[in-house]
Design a protein around this ligand. Structure first.
Ligand SMILES: O=C(O)C(=O)C[C@H](O)[C@@H](O)CO
Length: 255
């Protein structure tokens, strides 16, 4: 058995825009529904959604039937133990929240590498190696692992270039919600000052030779950030689609 190819990682490295959707319903059924919708990637959120390792595993299995849609997992925190467990479960692409310094970015990368390049614990027969069926798994695993670090604080923005320069950081994702809150615009990601700062940050990440990403449910902002250089762009959330769609249908009959 060959090492699974990380098509998402290869696409962003090639500069090919990847359109994604946030998946927060913590259900293998809804994630399977979304996997067939036509997105390039789904963000399975284990930070701000009631996901745990077992529910994420079920969603990874649900997505497998849709090879054109890749799963990115946002882990609860930048924790080496968490990263090890999600790696062993078969996660290939990570979004690591609240990274503020280059050292924190280095820690995240090291948690995904076996010694001597990192500190990942050795599991001989886990799902990541397809239970020992992938030849040379341990010596090649890093080739298909994708680390996206999330910058969403004032300190993180200050350290953007240093973070982007860390070897093994495949992308720098801007968290507009937390960043807006940190800069005095809580709940107002569309404030002109925030839009300008995010646009400038995207330019900085590109200039640093790395790959920017973002989430926004606002179509005009999504297109503006893509034009600025965002190469993996989440354009909505399953919870929002379900809530607003259900409300609209109810209004049709209930007024
Ligand atoms: O800071 C942000 O914005 C994000 O990290 C995304 C949110 O966590 C997500 O839940 C959408 O609101």
């Amino acid at each position: 058995m060959d090492l699974p190819i990380n098509h998402f990682k290869r696409a962003i490295m090639a500069g090919e825009q990847q359109i994604g959707l946030w998946s927060s319903l913590a259900s293998n059924i809804t994630t399977e529904v979304l996997a067939g919708a036509g997105f390039d990637w789904l963000l399975i959120d284990a930070e701000h959604a009631p996901n745990d390792l077992r529910t994420v595993l079920g969603q990874l299995q649900a997505v497998m039937e849709y090879p054109k849609t890749q799963a990115i997992v946002r882990i609860p925190s930048n924790d080496k133990i968490e990263i090890k467990r999600y790696l062993d479960a078969g996660v290939l692409s990570f979004l690591v929240p609240m990274v503020e310094t280059a050292d924190e970015a280095r820690q995240a990368v090291a948690a995904t590498r076996f010694p001597p390049d990192g500190i990942r614990g050795f599991a001989g027969v886990s799902r990541s190696s397809r239970f020992g069926r992938i030849k040379n798994y341990h010596s090649r695993a890093h080739e298909e692992i994708c680390i996206l670090v999330q910058v969403e604080s004032e300190l993180g923005i200050q350290n953007l270039e240093d973070i982007a320069a860390v070897p093994g950081v495949d992308g720098v994702f801007i968290g507009p919600g937390d960043l807006s809150a940190a800069l005095g615009h809580l709940g107002d990601q569309g404030h002109p000052d925030m839009v300008a700062l995010i646009e400038k940050s995207i330019h900085r990440i590109v200039a640093a030779g790395n790959r920017p990403g973002i989430l926004t449910g606002d179509e005009s902002l999504a297109r503006r950030y893509m034009a600025a250089g965002c190469i993996y762009t989440a354009v909505g959330l399953d919870t929002g689609i379900l809530a607003r769609g259900a409300e609209a249908l109810a209004r049709k009959f209930k007024g």
